[in-house]
Design a protein around this ligand. Structure first.
Ligand code: IPD
Ligand code: CA
Ligand code: CA
Ligand code: CA
Length: 270
């Protein structure tokens, strides 16, 4: 069965358990275990342990589902690549690893569940703040029993805009060039350190918009649904779905204004 509510219930219980494990095992000074795409792209023992725990729990409950995780990659379900009934779990075991490393209170366990390529349920558990954002497609976005609604009617000039910087010097140079065009025309910028939490902040009206060049699917899979269910648009440039080239989210209106500012970035425009 691939019912969104049932999938969400399981995702929430797994995200809670992973969060408890991470809080219990996080040493005062976690150590970098390895670097990945660049020296700034770090992974700790606990990123891997949390993903392992999440994979184990998914396997126990739903052995036929496929799993995509930041640390472990793609694992087919027992019955084939897309899992039985097309269910695939999209996992970021710690979104905000650098915050986790430094003891900053914004990192999250993020779990989205796809059916036939579309996310139908998502949970983002901001563990240090004990906040659990959830959404089921068509059922709204929720935090602590309250339905979330993004801010509407905010012009670009008054928008508080969250963004992020992926890893790698060249990518960051481009991100900085983009930022140079955005900072002068908005209220201010926030760089919280977790794409998933940034998108949930759009949903909760804690920021007005979020954009990032270089985020990955597991960063936004769950939180993109939370933002969408709170009334925000989430997409890439020029009608494309959100993608690593650009992930942009805001209420309609502000979305278009930011989109027009960022559109010259589209590599297809030459
Ligand atoms: C990162 C965070 C960060 C974003 C990066 C992501 P990680 O994820 O979401 O805010 O700017 O693009 O890679 O590595 O902490 O899971
Ligand atoms: Ca990472
Ligand atoms: Ca991430
Ligand atoms: Ca991560």
């Amino acid at each position: 069965m691939a019912d969104g509510d049932a999938l969400l219930e399981l995702a929430v219980s797994i995200a809670r358990e992973a969060g408890e494990m991470l809080l219990a095992k996080r040493p005062a000074r976690p150590e970098v275990l390895a670097t990945k795409s660049s020296p700034t792209d770090v992974v700790t023992v606990l990123d891997r342990a949390a993903e392992e725990l999440i994979r184990t729990r998914v396997r126990q409950a739903r052995p036929y589902d496929a799993i995509l995780g930041e640390e472990g990659g793609e694992t087919p379900g027992l019955s084939g690549p897309s899992g039985e009934g097309g269910v695939r779990w999209v996992v970021d075991p710690i979104d905000g690893t650098v915050n986790f490393l430094y003891g900053l209170p914004d990192w999250a366990v993020s779990i989205g569940v796809e059916v036939d390529g579309e996310i139908v349920a998502g949970v983002v558990h901001n563990v240090p703040r004990a906040e659990i954002f959830t959404a089921v497609r068509g059922g709204g976005a929720w935090l602590a029993g309250e339905r979330l609604r993004c801010n509407t009617g905010v012009p670009l000039s008054r928008a508080l805009v969250a963004t992020g910087f992926g890893y790698g010097a060249e990518r960051r140079r481009v991100q900085a060039e983009v930022l140079a065009d955005v900072v002068p025309v908005v209220r201010d910028i926030r760089r919280g350190g977790s794409c998933a939490i940034d998108l949930c902040s759009v949903a909760a009206g804690r920021v007005d918009a979020y954009y990032e060049r270089g985020a990955n699917y597991w960063d936004w899979a769950a939180a993109g649904l939370v933002a969408a269910e709170a009334g925000a648009r989430i997409a890439g440039l020029n009608g494309k779905p959100a993608n690593p080239e650009l992930t942009l989210s805001a209420a309609p209106g502000l979305f278009e204004e930011l989109h027009d500012l960022l559109a010259p970035l589209d590599p297809e425009r030459g």
